[in-house]
Design a protein around this ligand. Structure first.
Ligand code: ADP
Ligand code: MG
Length: 265
C-alpha cells in the first residue's frame, strides 16, 4: 500500500493519508524513527485508554525503511492555521488553548512522575550549558512542585486539529507525568519563541500578534485555575535549559542566551 496526500508537516514528521480513514506519521530521520516511533507508540497506547480528545492510535508499521505510526485521520485545519490576524480571533483561540490544557490536566496518571527526572537528565547531558549553570538549574528543579498530572509537553496550536466534532489534540510524543505548571511554562516558552515553523502564518510572523496570543493564553489559564503567575515562571530556567537539547545552531544559541539572562535575575 502507498500513502496518499500530505495532511501536514511537523518538525519531526510528515503525516499522509493512509487508506480511507487513517493517517500515517512518517518521521523525517530514519535513524531516530525507530526510537521516536516506539516512544510515541508507548504514549499513544496509554492515551488511547484515557478517554481524551486524541486520535485513536491504530498501531505501528514498517514503511519506506522507517518505523511509522498509524492514527485515526482527523479532518480539519490545525488551530494554528485557523487563527486570523485579528484581536478577536487571537483572543478566542488563546482562551481555547488554555481551556483545553486545563481539561487535559484533570487527568491524573497512576504512574511514577517522570517530568522532573526527564528534564534533569536531558539538561545535565548538554555540553553547551556550564557545570555551574547546571548546578543552579538542578537546585531550582528540586524545589519545584511534583504531581501525577498528565502533561502533553508539546502543547501548542499546531498540535490541535479543529474537527467538526470539536478540537482534537495530536502529537503525544513528548507526554510526561508531572506538575501542570511545568506544562504551561513549556507552552508559554514555545509561544514566545522566535523559532518559527515552515509556512508560519501571519499570527506567528508578526511579533505583536504572537505576544498578544501569549498574553491572552496565560491570562485565561491563571483565571481558570486561580494559580499565581509565578508558579508558571518558576519553571522558566529548567524549561529553557531542556529546550536547548531540542535545538541546534543559531536557535540553540538564542535559547542559551535567554537562559543566561533568566539565571542572572
Ligand atoms: N491523525 C491525524 N489526522 C490528520 N492530520 C494529522 C494527524 N496527525 C497529524 N496530522 C497533521 O500532520 C501534522 C504533523 O503531525 P505531528 O504529529 O504534529 O508531527 P510532529 O511531531 O512532526 O509535529 C499536524 O500538524 C497535522 O497537520
Ligand atoms: Mg506536531
Amino acid at each position: 500500500m502507498r500513502h496518499g496526500d500530505l495532511l501536514g508537516m511537523g518538525n519531526t514528521a510528515n503525516v499522509y493519508q493512509w487508506g480511507n480513514t487513517e493517517a500515517i506519521k512518517i518521521f523525517h530521520d530514519q535513524e531516530r524513527s525507530r526510537y521516536e516511533a516506539s516512544k510515541e507508540a508507548k504514549n499513544a497506547e496509554i492515551i488511547n485508554n484515557l478517554n481524551l480528545r486524541a486520535p485513536r492510535f491504530c498501531g505501528t508499521l514498517e514503511y519506506e525503511g522507517k518505523q511509522c505510526l498509524l492514527y485515526e485521520r482527523i479532518n480539519g485545519p490545525t488551530m494554528l492555521m485557523q487563527i486570523a490576524p485579528t484581536i478577536s480571533s487571537i483572543s478566542y483561540y488563546a482562551k481555547q488553548l488554555a481551556q483545553l490544557q486545563v481539561e487535559i490536566h484533570q487527568v491524573k496518571v497512576g504512574i511514577q512522575p517522570n517530568l522532573k527526572t526527564e528534564l534533569s537528565s536531558k539538561i545535565l547531558s548538554q555540553e553547551i550549558i556550564s557545570e555551574g549553570e547546571k548546578q543552579v538549574i538542578k537546585e531550582i528543579l528540586e524545589h519545584l512542585p511534583e504531581s501525577n498530572t498528565l502533561c502533553h509537553y508539546d502543547f501548542h496550536p499546531g498540535n490541535i486539529i479543529l474537527s467538526s466534532e470539536g478540537p482534537i489534540i495530536i502529537d503525544w510524543l513528548n507526554a510526561l507525568v508531572g506538575h501542570e505548571t511545568a506544562d504551561v511554562a513549556r507552552t508559554s516558552m514555545m509561544l514566545q519563541s522566535n523559532t518559527l515553523p515552515p509556512n508560519a502564518p501571519e499570527i506567528l510572523t508578526r511579533r505583536e500578534l504572537r505576544e498578544l496570543f501569549h498574553e491572552e493564553y496565560v491570562k485565561e489559564y491563571v483565571m481558570l485555575t486561580g494559580k499565581e503567575y509565578e508558579e508558571i515562571t518558576n519553571w522558566t530556567a529548567p524549561t529553557l535549559a531542556y529546550r536547548i537539547g531540542e535545538m541546534n545552531g543559531s536557535n540553540q544559541i538564542e535559547v542559551l542566551a535567554k537562559l543566561r539572562m533568566v539565571l542572572k535575575r
